[in-house]
Write a protein that binds this ligand. Structure first.
Ligand code: C2E
Ligand code: SIN
Ligand code: SIN
Ligand code: FE
Length: 700
């Protein structure tokens, strides 16, 4: 809610800033006018708005300054685009922080001056009135002086004004908790697949503007031409009407017969000449009497280099008059006629001159040039296009601004926050919720709905995921407990002590940690592998379930036949674990248990069973298990043997390294003698259980 209110305040604030800056622009112009200095000073406010408040206020100030001035002085419409460009350039230099360095300031001044200067040269070319020679240099110098002073004034303001004021001037359209500059950069870049929403909006706008611009330009040009034409035609009609009043209808026949010597002829002609000279828009004024053989000249005023025809002269009636020839000969009213001959494109207006009986004796005519109208059009269209481009820039700025703060930034910040979601632990889950909540998006539209939905989903998922985590942990603990029970059952059948399986598990962990310390097999010794081996170790002899009690608990030495049976506990264990893996879901970690069961009696020299594998063909987990298993068998009392002393057992491992055992694994084991002794002599069930619980925590 806070954000919404703030946004409304921001909008009012921006309006005030814009008005103030427009007034500064106007004031600058007035001041220069009063001082009589040859500077424009019409963009101080524009530069202030762009540098302090952003590209949108800058463009608005630039555009509206000239629109307002344009009401009284249409020439200032030419400045509409230049001032919008000044705003964009200033904004860009400010955003890139170039205006904090002397070189950057110089570059800004030159850029602004160059834009103005090039702009004027281009306009000159379009308007067929290009700047030449000294004018070009003078234009550049004026621009440089103007923009230099403008930029320096604004910079002084920037550095002199208190920070609080500058912060007040900053206008941003946030509809959410404002992002930091760094976040802003990341969020604006987005994570677009092909084309950003921003680019699409811009392309759409450009397309609309080009189509609309072209259409309205055509319509405006057409309307302008028609309007000017009918206005000029009306004017010509007025002139021909006035001319008609100057000619005495009763004298026309004598004028035709006697020419200049007819009484009053020259006097009337002088009146017609005066009429033409006081209306320079009129090209020709003449009085014609239409007859079958052509127009008979009554009067024809000279026009510049073209002398008028003498009275009585007959000029052909051109085909331009075909449509109204009958009316001309009958002396009826004639609409203006458009002609195109050696005198260019003309419109001729006809006014009947009637005698006292109301019969038309001849026509007074006035011609205006259409070509002059068309020349005038360039100026009109140039202003129109510039106005259009100005509004185009404004619309783009407004659209970008609104789409940035209402669509793109909220969506991108949601997307980026969501992509950073982690589910590692409860803290991470809370971070997810916090990250989304912090955005505080209040666009008041579909995007806010989406944001609310995302917030809710995140909060819900926090609850679900943490509940799920507890369940998974419980299941994991149960699974481990089950494995222990299973292993205990096997062990209790051959009457070994229940600690056996737990001790061998501890030995495997010690061996693996020391292998890592020594730098052996580090690629294979991942956390996951070590966890799997340690937890699978208790199951390595599970195949003994398939061996009969008689053999298993035989107090003395086994016969060859009995030992063959005993050997099957490896393959039998592998089969059992295969079945377990295929029935229990998520039991991938039992893969190592299967390797342990099947290969823990293989020997490094290939003389072990059941397959007689040698060296590194034996899985690493089984090579580790072999050392742990034999050592534990040696120091334990069995129904068929007495326990060896610790040192003797160690000695046997050392002796069999390289034949029975992988020398690296044996080395790791022997290097950990102290830890091994600890486990062998002081190990208790309590410690193992705790150790495993810790391992579990670490992994999930
Ligand atoms: P276990 O008792 O757990 O012994 C595992 C391994 O420890 C044996 O694998 C062997 O490599 C080593 N080991 C055990 N006792 C000694 C020993 O006194 N000296 C030496 N150098 N190594 C020893 P192995 O031999 O393949 O035996 C596999 C399993 O077969 C044994 O597991 C045990 O359950 C059974 N077994 C082996 N020999 C006899 C026996 O003479 N009588 C009976 N009842 N069972 C036996
Ligand atoms: C621009 O329109 O000049 C750029 C807009 C932005 O980067 O925010
Ligand atoms: C128009 O409406 O396009 C014509 C206006 C004008 O001639 O100034
Ligand atoms: Fe075994």
């Amino acid at each position: 809610m806070e954000t919404k209110k703030e946004y409304k305040l921001q909008t009012v604030k921006m309006l005030l800033i814009c008005i103030a800056c427009i007034l500064i622009n106007m004031g600058g112009v007035r001041l220069m006018g009063a001082l009589g200095w040859p500077l424009y000073m019409d963009s101080v406010g524009t530069v202030i708005a762009a540098a302090m408040s952003g590209y949108l206020p800058g463009v608005i100030v630039g555009l509206f300054t000239n629109l307002i001035k344009g009401i009284s002085d249409t020439e200032s419409l030419y400045y509409v685009v230049i001032n919008a460009l000044i705003a964009l350039i200033t904004y860009w230099y400010t955003k890139k922080e170039y205006i904090k360095k002397p070189l950057g300031i110089l570059a800004l001044i030159f850029s602004l001056a160059a834009v103005g200067w090039i702009y004027w040269i281009l306009i000159g070319i379009v308007m067929n009135d290009p700047l030449t020679g000294a004018g070009v240099m003078e234009g550049l110098v004026t621009e440089l002086a103007d923009k230099g002073i403008t930029v320096l004034i604004v910079l002084c303001l920037l550095f002199l004004l208190p920070v609080r004021f500058r912060q007040f001037m900053e206008f941003r359209g946030w509809q959410q908790k404002p992002l930091t500059d760094e976040q802003n950069r990341v969020v604006k870049k987005g994570m677009n697949r092909k084309m950003s929403l921003r680019t699409k909006i811009m392309l759409l706008l450009i397309a609309v503007f080009v189509v609309m611009g072209f259409a309205s330009l055509m319509i405006s040009a057409y309307l302008h031409r028609n309007y000017t034409r009918s206005e000029k035609t009306e004017f010509a009609e007025g002139i021909s009407r006035m001319a008609s009043t100057l000619v005495d209808p009763e004298m026309v026949d004598r004028y035709l017969e006697e020419g200049e010597s007819a009484p009053g002829y020259l006097e009337t002609k002088q009146h017609l000449i005066n009429l033409k000279e006081s209306n320079p828009v009129i090209i020709f004024i003449y009085v014609y009497k239409p007859e079958q053989d052509g127009f008979h000249v009554v009067f024809d005023v000279d026009s510049g280099d073209i002398p008028g025809d003498p009275p009585g002269f007959v000029t052909m009636i051109s085909h331009d008059y075909d449509h109204c020839k009958a009316e001309l000969l009958a002396g009826e009213p004639i609409d203006p006629v458009e002609t195109n001959d050696e005198y260019g494109r003309l419109i001729t207006t006809f006014t009947q001159i009637k005698n006292s009986e109301g019969v038309t004796v001849c026509y007074a005519c006035a011609d205006i040039s259409l070509d002059a109208i068309y020349e005038n059009e360039t100026d009109f269209l140039t202003k129109l296009i510039l106005l259009f481009v100005g509004f185009f820039i404004l619309s783009m700025a407004v659209a970008l601004w609104i789409s940035d703060y209402n669509i793109i930034l909220p969506i991108n910040s949601m997307a980026i926050s969501a992509s950073k979601f982690a589910y590692d632990d409860e803290d991470a889950l809370e971070d997810n919720v916090e990250r989304i909540r912090e955005l505080d998006i209040h666009t008041g539209d579909e995007i806010e709905n989406m944001y609310q939905a995302l917030s809710k989903t995140t909060e819900d998922s926090e609850h679900y995921v943490s509940a799920l985590k507890h369940k998974t942990e419980t299941i994991s603990l149960m699974q481990n407990a089950l494995i222990m029970v299973l292993a205990d059952m096997v062990e209790s059948r051959d009457e070994s002590t229940g600690d056996h399986v737990r001790k061998t598990a501890a030995y495997t962990r010690i061996i693996m940690e020391h292998l890592k310390k020594l730098g052996y097999y580090t690629d294979q010794l991942t956390d996951e592998f070590m966890y799997d081996v340690e937890n699978s170790a208790p199951l390595h002899d599970i195949g003994k379930i398939a061996v009969s009690d008689v053999i298993l608990n035989k107090p003395g030495k086994l016969t060859d036949e009995e030992f063959e049976k005993m050997k099957t506990h490896t393959t039998a264990g592998a089969e059992i674990l295969d079945q377990v893996i295929s029935t229990i879901p998520d039991s991938a970690y039992l893969k190592e248990a299967k390797n342990l069961a099947e290969y823990h009696h293989e020997k490094w020299n290939g003389k072990g069973y059941p397959h007689g594998l040698a060296g590194e063909d034996i899985p690493l987990s089984a090579r580790i298990m072999a050392v742990a298993d034999v050592f534990d068998a040696l120091v334990s009392e069995r129904c068929y043997k007495k326990a060896f002393k610790f040192e003797d057992a160690i000695e046997i491992i050392r002796k069999d390294s390289g034949t029975h055992f992988d020398p690296k694994v044996a080395e790791a084991f022997l290097s950990a003698e102290d830890e091994v002794r600890q486990v062998a002599e002081h190990f208790t069930v309590y410690k193992v259980t705790k150790g495993q619980t810790e391992t579990l925590r670490k992994r999930s």
